[in-house]
Design a protein around this ligand. Structure first.
Ligand code: NAP
Length: 384
C-alpha cells in the first residue's frame, strides 16, 4: 500500500444526512447506528424528473430500482424481512421530499474517534502506557503508517517510542532490538511494522516479541489463543470489524458470515472472531470455486482481498452487513474490495475511505492499553 493511499483512507468520510436543497445538514446528524439510511431531503415541491444529490457511496453507480427499504430504528434482523418492492424510488419519493438509500453507513472514522477518546481516558487512569514501534527500512507506506500510529498514540497520552533501523539492518540487529524492548519496563507494547526488508525472516521477528507485549496479535501464542476461543491480543483490523458490527447492533450469532481472504493479519483472525461470536463462518480465498455463491448466502461479509470491486451488488444478499477491508489505489482513486453499487442492497456498509482503516489505528491503541494491563497484572496473561 502506498503513502498516498494511506492518507486517502484516513480522510474524513462524508456521512450523515445529505440535502439537495433547503436546510443545511444538522450538526451531529451522522450518529452511529442512526439514521438507518441516508435521507436526501429534496426541499420543497420537486419535479418528478429532478435528480437528487447522491451519497458518495453511490457515486458512479447507475440508478437502479432498489430491492428493499429500511425503516428508521428497525433492528438488523427485521431488515431482511423488510426486503420489499422498491418501485418507490428516488423519483417517486420526490413528491414526499425524502428519498431513502438503503445501506446504513458504518462510519469508522466517528467510531474510531470515540474509541480513541476512551483510550485517552484509560491511559490517564493507568498513569503510563508505553508503546514502541519498530520500523526497518525505507518503505514509504510503512513510514506513513508509523507516523500515523505514533501521532495517534501520542494524542491518546501514550508514551510512544519511534525506533527505526536502516534498510540494510541484519536479522540479528532487529532481533537484538526486539529483545531489548522485551526487557524494557517502560515499554508495554511492541509493534514491528511489516513488511520487513527481504533479508529478514518476518516470522522469526514477530515470533520474538514477548507475547504480552505483542499488540499486533500475530505472535503464535496470541494467534493460538484466538484459535482456541480465548483471545488475548487480537489483530487490530479484525477487532475493528467486530466493533463496527457491535456499534450498529449487528449480532453475528446465528448469522452466516463469509470472510474473503485468509491472511494472518485480517482474514483468519476475523473469521475466528466471528466464529467466537457464534456466526456460521465460511472462509473464501483465491482457490474458492464459486465466490459469488458463497457471498450470496452471507448475512455478514468481510472482504479482505485487495482486488477492487470484487464484491459486486449481485453477490450481496439484501440487508447484509458488508465490511470492506481491502484497499487499492487505482487511477480513479482509492478503491475498496466492495463495489459502490453494493450500497443499494446492503443493510450496512463501511465507507471507503473512512470505514475499517481508522478503526485499525484506534484498536491498536486499545491493544497498547491492554498490554499495559497485562503487564501490571490487572488482566491475567497466561504464564508461558
Ligand atoms: P493478503 O495477505 O494479500 O491476502 C489476500 C487474501 O485474498 C488471500 O488470502 C488471497 O487468497 C485472497 N484472494 C486473492 N485473490 C482472490 C480472489 N480472486 N478471490 C478470493 N480471494 C482472493 O492481504 P491482507 O494483508 O489480508 O490485506 C488484504 C487487503 O486489505 C489489502 O488490500 C490490504 O491493503 C487491506 N488492508 C486494509 C486494512 C485496513 O485497515 N482497512 C488493514 C490491513 C489490510 P490466497 O490465500 O489463496 O492467496
Amino acid at each position: 500500500m502506498d503513502a498516498l493511499l494511506v492518507l486517502d483512507e484516513l480522510a474524513e468520510p462524508e456521512v450523515g444526512i445529505l440535502r439537495a436543497g433547503g436546510r443545511p445538514p444538522s450538526p451531529g446528524s451522522a450518529r452511529l447506528g442512526a439514521p438507518a439510511q441516508y435521507e436526501l431531503d429534496l426541499g420543497g415541491e420537486q419535479d418528478d424528473e429532478r435528480q437528487p444529490e447522491r451519497h458518495p457511496l453511490l457515486q458512479g453507480v447507475d440508478e437502479q430500482p432498489r430491492e428493499h427499504e429500511h425503516q428508521r430504528g428497525q433492528p438488523h434482523d427485521e431488515l431482511h424481512a423488510a426486503a420489499a418492492d422498491h418501485s418507490a424510488t428516488v423519483r417517486g419519493r420526490a413528491r414526499s421530499r425524502v428519498a431513502r438509500v438503503p445501506a446504513t453507513v458504518m462510519d469508522g472514522k466517528a467510531l474510531a474517534a470515540e474509541i480513541r477518546a476512551g483510550v485517552a481516558r484509560e491511559v490517564a487512569e493507568l498513569g503510563h502506557v508505553g508503546l514502541a514501534t519498530v520500523l526497518v527500512g525505507d518503505d514509504p507506506a510503512s513510514h506513513v503508517y508509523i507516523s500515523l500510529k505514533q501521532k495517534a498514540a501520542t494524542e491518546a497520552g501514550i508514551d510512544a517510542r519511534d525506533v527505526r533501523l536502516p534498510e540494510d539492518a541484519s536479522e540479528e540487529e532487529v532481533l537484538a532490538l526486539v529483545a531489548e524492548l522485551n526487557r524494557d519496563d517502560e515499554v508495554d507494547g511492541i509493534l514491528v511494522q511489516l513488511p520487513l526488508p527481504g533479508q529478514i525472516d518476518e516470522a522469526r521477528v514477530t515470533g520474538a516479541v514477548s507475547p504480552p507485549k505483542d499488540v499486533d496479535g500475530i505472535h503464535p501464542v496470541n494467534a493460538g489463543y484466538l484459535y482456541l476461543g480465548t483471545p488475548l491480543h487480537v489483530p487490530a483490523t479484525p477487532a475493528g470489524c467486530m466493533e463496527l458490527l457491535a456499534a450498529h447492533g449487528v449480532d453475528p450469532a446465528g448469522k452466516e458470515a463469509v470472510v474473503i481472504g485468509r491472511s494472518e493479519i485480517v482474514g483468519r483472525p476475523v473469521a475466528m472472531l466471528l466464529l467466537q461470536a457464534n456466526a456460521t463462518v465460511t472462509m473464501c480465498h483465491s482457490k474458492t470455486a464459486d465466490l459469488a455463491a458463497e457471498v450470496r448466502r452471507a448475512d455478514i461479509v468481510v472482504a479482505a482481498v485487495g482486488v477492487p470491486g470484487i464484491v459486486t451488488r449481485e453477490m450481496v444478499k439484501p440487508g447484509a452487513a458488508v465490511l470492506d477491508v481491502g484497499l487499492t489505489r487505482t487511477e480513479e482513486g482509492i478503491r475498496g474490495d466492495v463495489d459502490p453499487a453494493v450500497a443499494e442492497v446492503a443493510g450496512y456498509l463501511t465507507p471507503m475511505p473512512g470505514g475499517t482503516g481508522p478503526m485499525t489505528i484506534a484498536l491498536l491503541l486499545r491493544s497498547a492499553v491492554r498490554a499495559a494491563r497485562y503487564r501490571r497484572g490487572i488482566l491475567a496473561y497466561p504464564i508461558l
